[in-house]
Design a protein around this ligand. Structure first.
Ligand code: AHR
Length: 504
């Protein structure tokens, strides 16, 4: 006998209009993300600029409105001047964060072209690790100033007449992390970020800033870091960043699927800190969040450490190439649900990363094509059907026991309503690994709507993976939902990601 769950959906239960940048992603100069990822001159699928056309097609399927660039840890020792100008005159450099060789064959201009072809904006990051205010200002002048100055004219001499007008700027990356080049205390970083934002705003008052929060919620300075950094920067920045990666290191899948609850708690804590600083400062401004690194990441950790130790200074080494399982896809779906549930404060988010490096899209190492990992699908569904207003479903769900998270709900869900397209989409995961759940949803407020389809991602083997030429884990449409008047009845199989779509 399946278990039962009930849900009420109503147009009036609005969380927020979803900022589409919640479907952002991230490309770092790391491993095979750039070289042999988006860029592979000579490959049969590459265009005249060396960009992989098959990769761009898959990125377009994901419909990623913004891509964070160029790092990550990479940005903290990045000399942007090395990455512009005639390609054959650019220097190769030791890349310290990942102990690789950076050829600078792809730099700012090439990446901007690529992003345009992929229909994405660039979320640019400045180096506040080994560099500082002046360099950040020079880079902004180079990118966004129309002309008639040293750096804007340099850009024009490099063939780019119009300014890039990058709108979103990250003030460094994970500056609390001891692994970060030029890591800082909260006070050191808070002061530097404040003064950098102040100076950059004088150059281009239209830009928005993301200031670094903690590298994750387990950092010893978590919470006091956010408090101190915001104390210094509150009125000059627009978003506070959150990063978090999840893994099934203990092999306890039941508990792994409960980890989305940690993300929810993390977001709520950070919102509370932001609002505390707001109150302390008697400010009228609301701080928004940029969850600009999130994903599952753990499969490749050990081998990466060895690789960087044993074989440093390679161009495009195979690093962070997690091959994702079906259960990882369920977790990505669950994390996406949490982000959407918090979309009143989470305005931007970046699935980290996009190609080859902890990525939904992979390119074959032996010169073959590009392929979709398991996690590609829940992200694609959310990005495709999750545009509009996030609605908070009122759910009555059974629970099941987990080893570290106590009793957790079987069903996790969020709904998105697009008034414009006259569509409602319910995203739901049954994270109970033992039992199916019949979900009954009251949709009476959506008069005149009918069931369009129920898409499901499920697999009998939690550890199943995809590979080039072999997509074991992929979605299918199913007849597991029926609609009777204002009532939907959906069978949510154990361990499944479900997309239930209504239309007029
Ligand atoms: O995304 C991989 C790395 O994870 C990033 O470079 C860094 O910011 C984080 O620690």
């Amino acid at each position: 006998m399946p278990k039962n769950a009930n849900m009420i959906l109503d147009k009036a239960f609005r969380i927020s209009q979803i900022d589409e940048r919640i479907y952002g992603s991230f490309i770092e100069h790391l491993g095979r993300a750039v070289y042999d990822g988006i860029y592979q001159p000579g490959h049969p699928n590459s265009d005249e600029n060396g960009f992989r056309k098959d990769v761009i097609e898959l990125v377009k399927e994901l419909n990623v409105p913004i891509v964070r660039y160029p790092g990550g840890n990479f940005v903290s020792s990045f000399n942007w001047e090395d990455s512009v100008g005639p390609v054959d005159q650019r220097p190769a450099r030791l890349e310290l964060a990942w102990r690789s060789l950076e050829t600078n064959k792809v730099g700012l201009h090439e990446f901007s072209k690529w992003a345009k072809a992929a229909n994405s904006d660039v979320m640019m990051a400045v180096n506040l690790g080994t560099r500082g205010i002046a360099d950040a200002c020079n880079l902004l002048e180079y990118c966004n100033h129309p002309g008639g100055t040293k750096y804007s004219d340099l850009r024009i001499s490099h063939g780019q007449k119009d300014p890039y007008n990058f709108k979103v700027w990250c003030l460094g990356n994970e500056m609390d992390g001891p692994w970060q080049l030029g890591a800082k205390t909260a006070t050191e970083y808070g002061r530097l970020a404040q003064e950098t934002a102040k100076a950059m705003k004088l150059i281009d008052p239209t830009v928005e800033f993301v200031v670094c929060g903690s590298s994750n919620k387990d950092m010893p300075t978590f919470a006091t870091w956010e408090d101190t950094v915001l104390d210094h920067t509150y009125e000059n920045v627009d978003y506070l960043s959150l990063h978090s990666y999840y893994g099934n290191r203990s092999g306890d899948s039941n508990d792994f699927l409960a980890k989305s609850d940690d993300m929810d708690e993390f977001i709520r804590s950070v919102v509370a800190i932001c609002d505390y600083v707001k109150a302390k400062k008697h400010s009228k401004k609301k701080m928004f969040l940029s969850f600009d690194e999130w994903n599952v990441w753990y499969h490749s950790n050990e081998s990466d450490n060895e690789e960087m130790k044993q074989h440093p200074w390679q161009v495009a080494p195979s690093l962070l190439e997690d091959i994702y399982t079906f259960e990882d896809a369920l977790v990505v779906g669950l994390l996406m649900i949490v982000l959407l549930r918090n979309s009143d404060r989470v305005r931007m988010a970046c699935l980290a990363q996009l190609i080859n490096v902890i990525a939904p899209i992979m390119t074959d190492k032996d010169g073959g094509g590009a392929w979709r990992q398991t996690i590609f699908y829940p992200f694609m569904h959310a990005s495709k059907y999750g545009r509009g207003v996030a609605l908070m479903p009122v759910i009555e769900s059974g629970v099941h026991a987990t080893s570290k998270h106590g009793d957790v709900t079987d069903v996790e869900s969020i709904a998105v309503y697009s008034e414009e397209k006259e569509e409602v989409t319910i995203f739901a995961v049954n994270r109970n690994l033992e039992e199916d759940v019949v979900l009954t949803t009251d949709v009476r407020s959506f008069e005149g709507y009918r069931l369009k389809e129920h898409i499901v991602l499920e697999c009998p083997d939690l550890k199943a993976v995809n590979a080039f030429g072999k997509e074991t884990v992929k979605p299918k449409t199913t007849d597991q939902t029926s609609m009777d008047g204002g009532k939907l009845t959906s069978m949510l199989h154990k361990a499944s990601w479900n997309v239930i779509r209504l239309t007029k």
